[in-house]
Design a protein around this ligand. Sequence first.
Ligand code: FES
Length: 580
Amino acid sequence: MSSKPRKKPEELRSHRWYGVNDLRSFGHRSRTAQMGYHRSDYAGKPVIAIINTWSDINPCHSHFRQRAEEVKRGIWQAGGFPVEMPAISLSEPFQKPTTMLYRNLLAMETEELLRGYPADGCVLMGGCDKTTPALIMGALSMNLPTIFVPAGPMLRGDFKGEFLGSGSDTWKYWAELRAGNITEEEWKGVEDGIARSPGHCMTMGTASTMTSATEAMGLTLPGAASIPAPDSRHAQMATLTGKRIVDMVWEDLCIRDIVDARAIDNAVITALALGGSTNAVVHMIALARRAGVALDLARFDALARKTPVLANVRPSGKYLMEDFFYAGGLRAMLAQLTDLLDGKAMTVNGHTLSENIRGAVTYNDDVIRPRSNPLVDSDGLAVLRGNLAPDGAVIKPAAMEAHLQKHTGRAVVFKDYNDMAARIDDAALDVDKDSVIVMQSGGPQGAPGMPEWGQLPIPKKLLQQGVRDMLRISDARMSGTSYGACVLHVAPESHIGGPLALVRDGDLIELDVANRKLELKISEAELATRRAAWTAPKPHYNRGFGVLYLKHIKQANEGCDFDFLEEGASDAKTLDPEIH
Ligand code: FES
C-alpha cells in the first residue's frame, strides 16, 4: 500500500477540468454531456486514461478493442471514469524502416496525452516490441498512477503437427528453403500456420521479454505477462486492472513510487533469466534513465554473470510462451530467483514482489528449469568491449554455436544493408565458414533507426555446405526471436565514425566472449590513418520527424532515447498546462 494519505476528490488532477465552476470547466462538462455522459458518471471520480495502441495494422494488438472494453468495465465497477485514448501503434511486422525509429515518438505521445488531458491515472495497453518500453517511458516522465496491460503471447504456431515459433522458425525455414531442403508449397504452409491468433510473438522475443520485465518491475498485476492473448483469463486480467487503477489513484501510488533501482535490477535479472532479447538492453537503459536510475551496460553484464537462464523457451531453448504459461508462468520462474531479486520492491497491487510470487508453483520443470538444472548457468547476455566497440557491444552466448565464442577470422565487409543484400549470395564472394561478416551503417543514425538487421544472413553457398552459424558483427539490433553468433549494438556506430566504419575486407577480428573482448587486429597507427581518411556520410533526413530524430537520438549504449527527454523526468504539477 502507498504510505501517502488517501486523495480527496478535490485533489484529483481532473478536478481542475471538471470540478471547478468557471467558463472553461462549463465547456469540459457540456462537451462530456455531448458524448452522452451524465454528470454523475464522472463527478468526483478518478478519470482513467486508457492509452490503447490498437490498430488495424497491428496483428499483435488485434484483441485490444475488446480488452479496452474489459478494462473500462473494471474502471466503472470501481467508481472511476474511463477515457480511451488511441496512440500510435508501432506494428513490428509492417512499419518501415523500423519501429525503433518511432519508439520515442510513442513515448512523447503517451506523455503528452496524459499531460494535456484530465488523467488522474492511466492504463497502458501494449506488447508488440517497442510499444511496451515506449508507453512506460512516457508514463514515467509524467508520473501518474499507472498499470500496464500486456497484450499476451499468441498461441503456438502449427505446421504439419509441429509447433512453430514466431521469428525463430521463420529464419529456420527460410534458411532451409534457400538451402533447397523444403519446397515452396511447404514454405506456404509455414506462412499460414505460424501466426494463428491475436497476441504478440510467442517466442522469447522482445515482446515477451519486455512484458515479463515489466511485470517483474511491478507494473502489471501478478501473472499478467504470461497469459496467452486469446485465453479468457487475459480478459479477466484486463478487468481486474481496470478495478485496481482506480484504487491506485486514491492511494496516490504513482509509477515512480514503483520503478526504482531495485525494480530496474529485478527487471534486468528477469530478462536475463528468460534468455531474453538483446533489445531489452537498449529499452531498459532508456526506461531506467526516465526513472532517474543510472542503468548502464556494465550493470547488465554484472547481473548476467550471476543470473542463470531458467526459461527453456525459443530461441535459446525448446518451448514457447504458451508452454511457459501452462508450466506456471513468470511468477513460478521468479519464485526460483528470490536470492537474486529484491523482493521488497513495490508493485501496482500494493504488495511487494515477494508477496506476489510467494507460493507460485512450477508445473513442468523442463519448461521452467529449477536452479539445480538451468538451461545455461549464467551469461544469458554478454557485454563486449575492445578497439572495435569502445562504448560496448552485446552478444547472446546462449543462442550461438559454442565453438564461436572464442574465434578469430577475417572480415568480409558490407558497407550497408543494400550492399549486403546484393552480394551475400554471390558465388564469387570470398567467404568461408571461419570468416567474420561485418555490416556497417546499421545503427541509430546510420540505418537510420537501428533496425533488426543484426542477424546477418549466412551466404547461400555456405548454407549449402551445412554451415548454420558464423560470427557476424554490426551496429544494428537483432530480433529477440533470432539466434546465432551475432555481435550487436556496436557503439559508437559506424555512421558517426565509430571504429566499425574503419574495418576492411581481410582484417582479422577476434571475439572472446569469456573475456568480453572484441578486437580489430590492426595497429593503432593503421587505425589512426584510416580514421583520418574517413568522411562523414550525409544525414538521412532534411525534413519532418527524421530531422528531430537525427538531431537528438543517443547511441545504443545510452538507450537511444532523445537527449531532451531522458534527464530530469517531469514534475507533473509544474509541467501541467494552465487551465484557461
Ligand atoms: Fe508484434 Fe513480434 S510482431 S511482437
